[in-house]
Design a protein around this ligand. Structure first.
Ligand code: MG
Ligand code: MG
Length: 253
């Protein structure tokens, strides 16, 4: 069942979202060659806890980190480790959740480490653009399929592929709620969008094929063909006055 949020609840979601977004800004400041993904995770956890919030992912389904940190051909759900050191030319995906006053924020960014290839920069840009194409389709009376169709069209026009095995989701009191929010679909189909819905919209985009697989660690998802992957996510609330992107604290990022 879809849990609709009233305006007071959406205000609380904005607070949770702001903390989530700020934790990503903290991480961005520290991304550089030589830092481990565990160090980034610790910085993120410290920031969230300093704000009086809890990291949504820590212990979720047994996940051992506060953030999912995935490098290059890792798509999502990378486990922070002191042995994973960022290298010049990597692209790192950092996915963060914060739980505050009963509500979650969920947001991810892909960050270049030092100088990266033109292809990597273009992948990051297209993935971000595809999110905003999706958001433009979030309207009262619209459909979930409108959102997925917009994301998929943006990505495929650029010659990249959308990961279909993992999708976005409703969000609120729980990190993952109804409805499912696929990054692909048919316009005019699927659940009708209405005021009070909160959605985590999160395109995962590969330079090569959409095929992915999960590592034996039970978490890390990688591209089958070892091509680069990017991820961009924000928590979005639909109100009668329009869309609020709760986790977007730097409008240009
Ligand atoms: Mg996320
Ligand atoms: Mg999510």
């Amino acid at each position: 069942m879809i849990q609709l949020k009233n305006s007071a609840q959406i205000s609380l979601m904005r607070e949770a979202g702001r903390i989530t977004g700020e934790a990503l800004l903290v991480a961005r400041e520290h991304v550089r060659p030589g830092i481990s993904t565990k160090e980034l995770d610790t910085l993120i956890r410290s920031y969230i806890e300093k704000c009086g919030a809890k990291p949504s992912f820590l212990g979720y389904g047994g996940f051992p980190g506060s953030a999912c940190i995935s490098i290059n051909d890792e798509v999502i759900h990378g486990i922070p480790s002191k042995d994973r050191i960022l290298q010049e030319g990597d692209v790192v995906k950092i996915d963060v959740g914060a739980f505050y006053k009963g509500f979650h924020g969920d947001s991810a960014r892909t960050i270049p480490v030092g100088n990266v290839s033109e292809d990597a920069l273009r992948l990051i840009e297209v993935t971000r653009n595809s999110f905003f194409c999706g958001v433009a389709a979030v309207k009262v009376g619209g459909r979930i399929g409108d959102v997925g169709h917009a994301i998929q069209s943006c990505v495929e026009q650029a010659g990249f592929s959308v990961v279909k095995r993992y999708i976005g989701h409703g969000i609120g009191h729980e990190l993952h709620e109804s409805p499912d929010v696929p990054n692909f679909g048919t316009a005019g189909r699927g659940t009708r969008l209405c005021a009070g819905m909160a959605l985590a919209i999160e395109p995962m985009v590969n330079i090569g094929s959409e095929e992915v697989y999960e590592l034996a660690d039970g978490w890390t998802v990688k591209t089958r063909d070892k091509s680069l992957s990017a991820h961009y996510e924000n928590t979005v609330a639909l109100t009668s006055d329009g869309v609020v992107i709760t986790t977007l604290v730097d409008q240009s990022w």
